[in-house]
Design a protein around this ligand. Structure first.
Ligand code: NI
Length: 168
């Protein structure tokens, strides 16, 4: 008999879906559905060759993110940046904003407090790519997207692209 629930690949919400702009709720008590969501998000991220994913991107307005920059899966609940240091500029993409790349300045090194996938409090020190991905995903929990870091000209190009998409 199958004891584990079947994992699902979830549908990615795309810009300008309004759920991507909502502030996510923190989780006070971890339930089975949250654990299942973490697993489904990881499967979805790996399937789409992403390196990070936030719950609002799959239609759930809760403070859950996953990431893997090649060092193994990271699951974080209610993540909070408690320290940030340095500065780094890198081009970012987002599964919810396909075909768009934006240069984003962010701190290079961060310390995060969160709950892990088992609901235990953890403190994580991250730098480089992992720090970047975690900050990008925490942005999602606040309703912030890479388009918010765009300059005026790039934003106009994006609006034109969206217009063309609607027409086709
Ligand atoms: Ni994203």
């Amino acid at each position: 008999m199958e004891q584990n629930k079947q994992k699902n690949i979830l549908e990615i919400k795309r810009y300008p879906d309004s759920i991507l702009r909502k502030k996510s709720l923190s989780i006070s008590e971890i339930m089975l559905k949250d654990v299942e969501l973490l697993e489904d998000m990881l499967l979805t991220m790996y399937t789409l060759n992403g390196i990070g994913l936030a719950a609002p991107q799959v239609g759930c307005s809760v403070q859950i993110i996953v990431a893997d920059v090649g060092e193994g899966p990271i699951k974080l609940i209610n993540p909070r940046i408690v320290k940030a240091k340095g500065e780094d500029k890198l081009t970012e993409g987002c599964l919810s904003v396909p075909d768009i790349n934006v240069d984003v300045k962010r701190p290079y090194e961060i310390i995060i407090e969160a709950l892990n996938g088992k609901g235990e409090p953890v403190e994580i020190k991250a730098d480089g790519l992992l720090a970047r991905v975690i900050q990008h995903e925490i942005d999602h929990l606040k309703g912030r997207l890479i388009v918010d870091y765009m300059g005026m000209i790039d934003k106009m190009k994006l609006m034109k692209l969206n217009k063309n998409r609607r027409q086709s």
